[in-house]
Write a protein that binds this ligand. Structure first.
Ligand SMILES: Cc1ncc(COP(=O)(O)O)c(C=O)c1O
Length: 1009
């Protein structure tokens, strides 16, 4: 039948509506596969959907649909669902004759308002859970409903999906393989599948049939609409359909499906046997979809609706085939609260009745008492990943431990999150950014090379491979055991290659037989000799390999597939000690640490390790750090750590004794500064540096009036707070003290003056403050400012402002202080210090954060004249300032910046990032301004009237954190994202940052202004 002849125009739809239902409304076309659908808007009402069938539509089928809706209305009290509206004559199905004299059925249903699923971004876990919940409720409401049409033949019914086999030749060879594989899996289990529970189900919760509530924070699914595909079929098919569409456009499709399954189960309990078929049911729904698309492309090429899901369906199918069906089943079971592995309980019960000694595994060692070796992310045994790579050093550490605990067997590591695996080789990109495989699934036994390993029980060899060349895991043997009615496996990794060569698959080893010998380091990559011992309840389809580490997000599933080997040995020492929960840490902080201490992020993170531009949490999740300019040359830079460690072991004392370190640091720091600034005082923090600078000012000028910028921040000490408008003009502040004089924030984007002459105009504001001081009969002590005002929102000083301001301040007898606590030591890229961007030389420079790379060291640099006047006889003593450890660290930081050319890196990566962010600003008008220098950048979010968008900025920072990227917000209106990472930040890091910024900027909440 010709599609265009059947079309009903909008005007015709409106007429039909009025004639049949006496309703005046405005119609607009909606997509539909079978019916011609119109949305009807009526003033002050939710409105309707008008459905006009095709002439060949079966009356019986329509009767089925209307009955079904009425059944749902009666039975599903808690459900929102379209309601049947009867026509003027009281019929729930009306009839018209179209222009070609065809009889057409007409139905009117109430409109369910909200957003359609496909338009919602992001589709987070709680939203997917609510999808499952609503679908489950609907299935519950449909229990008991019967109709003869419910058992019709139907291509979209998963139970009938094997019809797709006839069309397999529509596909390319590669696609054919994928489809045939899924058809095969489905068919092979068809008998059991046919016996699964059945009822009438909605059968079409696709992404255009699901309505989501309109709220943008935690939206929920309101209803499933369009009941046209409802059918009597296996209930699990309904779950499969909801999942098949809602997991589209997710990187990790299995993870995306799990909340849907849990949600469904929470309102309609699924059975274990049903979950065993969900993997292939999801696949078969997608196989139907791509087959239908392939057919439709030929039959109705102009009906785009029919092709909507083709590309994303293929994407899911390709990812789905990479997932082990067993692993999927266990994941679904976990989502429904069953043990992930069906025999977990049985195994635990068998293991509780059967004990083994470690001596049985290693008879030659004759030790039975383990010493638990901590290799978790926070373990201090090996500080850097390079220590793991240094086999000699690692072995030395193990030998030392063994010497100290000579009667014990060094072992441990089950479910330990390990930082050694957090190198990017173990990463995948999940639904929320990068994930690392960090969770160790076996127990390691650290014993000498060639230590023999013996069988604990009789077992058949099912794997015996040599992995020394490929993955450098050495010899791997897996034994299959049958105990009572359970089958399980034990895995022996990092054996010698020779251990494997005499093994034959299918051979049986008896309890006590030798399995093999521990491999040497060169057979096992970087690993020093040890046995990786793992218990498996399933091989998951693996033959020559088996994962020994898992992603944290899947830990609870893996834990069930690979139970704790210590269930066999029952050693107290191998029971992992429980770490304090984050909630306990928070509670303690709340009670016993200063109440004004804040925590970053809505859900705070516990960091346990730093590495370069990354921070790593207790579960081994790696966060890309764009916030911490303190870790200037990279978190825990090995050279800096070593410099501190070495000096700490030798001497740490105050600066009253002669020592090279203080002189060396002074010399190397002075080399970075203009010749005028050649005297240093060392202190412990930025605050202390500014505190000292103001003392110098007072002694030098005899004045105490300070001129500072609006929203400037200079530290937490008394005097610092007094000159920090960010604090005294903010929450809890009491405004500027008598001797502090604040000029407007020199912001040329949203500030008092903008454009070309802003620098000049803001300098006039500085002059005004000088006039005020002088009008009170006092003189100016100093003018203090950062070269880029950080807390002010990364405000770059306008051109000419600093030079002009220095001039007027000096003319008034004041000193000029550059606060380089945030900006110094090469971060600016073009220059080593921020003031150098403005061609000025301050009288005093305060230096903090970057100098110690996290260690508390700071400094005040000044001219000889300022220093001489300050030395008025009163001794300057600082217990910690300038001590040999701090100075060793400071010197190594400066040397690292030079050696690794990090100033150049800051320039190169910073310029790249700034240019790309400007491109991003063209795509997302919410980005009002991109500014800053080097790796000290700001992104300001505003509406069209330049009004700040604080909530969106906060949302973005929190969403970026969800994706493993740390960002901070600042500025008087908290609408500026600050980018100030360790300056080892690479172009790849910048690209990753841009990728996720682009993703989050596209989310619905970012458009609400
Ligand atoms: C510009 C500026 N000056 C001084 C300080 C104070 O430094 P500290 O926290 O090391 O005392 C800070 C700290 O954030 C700062 O940003």
């Amino acid at each position: 039948m010709n599609y265009s002849n059947l079309k009903i125009s909008i005007e015709q739809a409106q007429e039909i509506l009025f004639e049949l239902f006496n309703i005046k409304g405005v119609a607009s076309e909606l997509p539909g596969e079978v019916d011609f659908n119109f949305r009807i808007k009526v003033e002050n009402e939710e409105g309707y959907i008008l459905k006009i069938s095709r002439p060949d539509e079966d009356d019986n089928y329509l009767d089925f649909q209307q009955n079904l809706l009425q059944y749902v209305e009666k039975n599903g009290q808690h459900l929102i669902a379209p309601k049947v509206i009867k026509d003027k004559k009281g019929n729930s199905i009306s009839e018209i004759t179209d222009s070609s004299d065809n009889k057409r059925n007409v139905r009117l249903l109430s409109w369910v308002s909200g957003r359609v699923w496909s338009s919602v971004n992001p589709q987070l876990e709680q939203l997917r859970f609510s999808l499952g919940e609503e679908c489950g409720k609907l299935t519950q409401a449909l229990q008991g409903f019967t109709h003869q049409e419910a058992s019709r033949e139907f291509v979209w019914d998963i139970a009938q999906s094997l019809w797709t086999k006839e069309h397999i030749n529509l596909f390319s060879i590669e696609d054919k393989e994928t489809i045939v594989r899924f058809q095969g899996v489905f068919e092979s289990k068809f008998e059991e599948y046919s016996e699964l529970r059945k009822s009438v189900v909605h059968n079409d919760a696709n992404d255009n049939n699901v309505i989501v509530s309109s709220g943008l924070i935690n939206p929920k699914v309101k209803a499933a609409i369009d009941y046209g595909d409802a059918i009597h079929t296996q209930i699990i098919n309904d779950v499969a359909i909801a999942a098949a569409y809602a997991i589209m456009n997710h990187n990790d499709v299995l993870e995306a499906a799990l909340p849907i399954v849990s949600g469904y189960h929470s309102t309609f309990q699924l059975q274990e046997v049903e979950l065993a078929h969900l993997y292939s049911a999801i696949a078969m729904r997608l196989v139907i979809s791509v087959t239908k698309s392939a057919i439709n492309k030929i039959e109705e090429p102009d009906n785009e609706y029919l092709l909507i899901s083709e590309k994303p369906a293929w994407e899911v199918l390709r990812k789905w085939q990479g997932i082990s069906p067993n692993f999927a089943e266990y994941s679904f079971r976990k989502a429904c609260g069953f043990t992930p592995h069906p025999s977990e309980d049985k195994f635990n019960s068998w293991a509780s009745k059967n004990s083994f000694e470690l001596r049985e595994l290693f008879p030659s060692v004759q030790k039975n008492d383990p010493y638990n070796l901590d290799l978790s992310v926070s373990s201090k045994l090996l500080a850097f990943n390079s220590d793991f790579d240094d086999g000699d050093f690692f072995q030395f550490k193990i030998d030392q431990l063994q010497k100290k605990h000579s009667t014990k067997l060094i072992a441990g590591g089950y479910l330990e999150p390990r930082s050694v695996y957090t190198s990017s080789n173990y990463d995948k990109i999940g639904n929320s950014g990068r994930e690392s495989r960090s969770i160790h699934l076996g127990v390691d036994f650290w014993l000498p090379v060639q230590t023999p390993v013996h069988a604990l029980l009789d077992g058949e060899i099912v794997t015996a491979v040599n992995d020394a060349d490929d993955k450098a895991y050495g010899g791997l043997i897996i034994l299959k055991h049958q105990a009572e009615d359970i089958v399980f496996f034990t895995l022996y990794g990092h054996l010698s290659v020779a251990s494997v060569s005499d093994k034959k698959l299918g051979d049986t080893l008896k309890k006590g037989d030798c399995i093999g010998y521990l491999g040497s380091a060169h057979e096992n990559g970087k690993w020093v000799p040890h046995l990786h011992f793992q218990v498996l309840l399933s091989m998951l389809g693996f033959k020559d390999d088996f994962p020994g580490v898992a992603y944290y997000s899947q830990m609870n599933i893996w834990k069930s597939i690979c139970p704790d080997p210590n269930l066999l040995f029952k050693s107290e020492a191998l029971i992992c000690s429980q770490t304090i929960s984050n909630n306990d840490l928070i509670d303690y902080r709340k009670q016993h640490l200063g109440k004004s201490l804040s925590l970053q992020y809505k859900v705070p993170i516990k960091m346990v390790r730093g590495a370069g531009q990354y921070l790593i949490d207790q579960y081994g999740r790696k966060y890309l750090d764009t916030v911490n300019n303190v870790a200037h040359v990279g978190h825990e830079h090995p050279a800096v750590v070593k410099a501190g460690q070495e000096q700490m072991g030798v001497l740490n004392t105050n600066s009253r004794y002669l020592h090279e370190n203080i002189n060396t640091l002074a010399k190397e720091l002075i080399e970075t500064l203009p010749p005028e600034l050649n005297v240093l005082h060392f202190v412990n923090s930025g605050s202390e540096a500014n505190e000292l600078a103001i003392r110098m000012v007072k002694v030098n000028t005899g004045e105490r009036d300070i001129i500072a910028s609006e929203v400037g921040y200079h530290g937490n000490a008394n005097m610092c707070i007094d000159i920090s408008s960010y604090k005294f003009d903010g929450k809890g502040g009491k405004g500027a003290p008598e001797h502090t004089h604040i000029f407007p924030l020199p912001d040329s984007f949203r500030g008092k003056y903008r454009g070309e002459n802003a620098g000049e105009q803001y300098a006039v504001e500085v002059q005004k403050q000088i006039d005020i001081v002088q009008s009170k009969g006092r003189g100016v002590g100093a003018f203090i400012i950062e070269p880029i005002i950080s807390c002010g929102g990364q405000i770059e000083l306008p051109k000419g402002f600093l030079a002009k301001s220095y001039k007027v301040v000096r003319a008034a007898g004041g000193l000029c202080i550059s606060d380089e606590v945030q900006t110094g030591c090469g971060r600016m890229g073009k220059t080593f210090w921020g003031f150098q961007l403005h061609d000025v030389v301050p009288d005093i420079v305060t230096i903090g954060k970057p100098l110690g790379n996290g260690h508390p060291i700071a400094a005040v640099a000044c001219t000889q004249e300022v220093a001489d006047k300050f030395a008025n006889g009163m001794e300057y003593f600082n217990t910690f300032g300038g001590n040999p450890v701090s100075c060793a660290i400071g010197t190594e930081v400066l040397r690292t910046v030079k050696r690794e050319q990090l100033q150049e890196n800051a320039l190169e990566v910073g310029e790249f990032l700034k240019t790309e962010l400007k491109e991003l600003a063209k795509e997302f008008p919410i980005i009002g301004d991109i500014r800053g220098q080097g790796l000290f950048l700001g992104i300001e979010l505003v509406d069209a009237n330049l009004e700040p968008l604080t909530e969106q900025t906060d949302y973005l920072a929190n969403r970026m954190k969800d994706h493993g990227i740390l960002m901070s917000t600042d500025g008087p209106d908290h609408n500026v994202l600050k980018i100030k990472p360790p300056i080892v930040f690479t172009q790849n890091n910048a690209e990753e940052l841009l990728f996720y910024l682009r993703k989050i900027f596209a989310e619905d909440f970012m458009k609400t202004y």
